[in-house]
Design a protein around this ligand. Structure first.
Ligand code: ZN
Length: 198
């Protein structure tokens, strides 16, 4: 027998989350049916407020909840080093290692010809502007050790060829094919301190 329409709709919505298939979505949906109304309201309001309460910094692209960006705080951070990352989430993982006190730049993805994602789909032009016009002396690329990570790193290196900037890549110390998502804090910290010239 089919589920009632609204329950079926809830299951379909939950299936949009990464790693959630039919069975998990059904389990979550039936679990939610047992929640008190106050908890359901809290969940739906928190989700509704995502766009209003969180935004990406206009300069670095990191995720912030107020107009002041802690990742761009020049009083506390070293403005001569810039760490380039694919996703705003990576900045939090790197901050946890306490190995890095420089600035960040979020690309919003990695180059991928297969998915039609070129430099213009990422914030690569803005990155180059920041480097050329600023006080940056070292660029650290912290990408996954994947084909897309390699392609993006090579592109940036080529674009910065004529600038006297030290370029290093973090992923050299990470296992091949690994994603920053799955790398533990210790491994990431070691990769940072042992980063090699690229
Ligand atoms: Zn910022």
């Amino acid at each position: 027998m089919r589920y009632p329409d609204h329950l079926q709709k809830l299951i379909e919505v939950l299936k949009r989350l990464p790693g959630v298939g039919n069975k998990s979505a059904e389990r979550f949906a039936f679990h939610l049916l047992n929640w008190p109304a106050s908890h359901l309201n809290e969940l739906s309001n928190t989700i509704k407020e995502i766009k209003e309460k969180l935004k990406n910094c206009d300069t670095c692209g990191c995720l912030i909840d107020q107009s002041f960006c802690k990742f761009c705080d020049l009083e506390r951070r070293n403005p001569s080093t810039l760490c380039v990352i694919a996703s705003a989430r990576d900045a939090f993982a790197i901050e946890q290692t306490r190995q890095y006190r420089g600035l960040y730049h979020v690309l919003g993805g990695l180059l991928s010809p297969m998915d039609n994602r070129g430099p213009e789909q990422l914030s690569l032009p803005r990155l180059l502007n920041r480097i050329v016009g600023g006080s940056i002396q070292e660029v650290i690329m912290a990408f996954d050790s994947t084909l897309e990570g390699d392609a993006t790193a090579l592109y940036i290196k080529k674009e910065l060829n004529n600038h006297p900037i030290k370029i290093s890549r973090l992923a050299l110390g990470l296992p091949l094919g690994s994603s920053l998502d799955y790398v533990d804090e210790g491994t990431l910290a070691r990769a940072f301190s042992g980063r090699g010239l690229f």
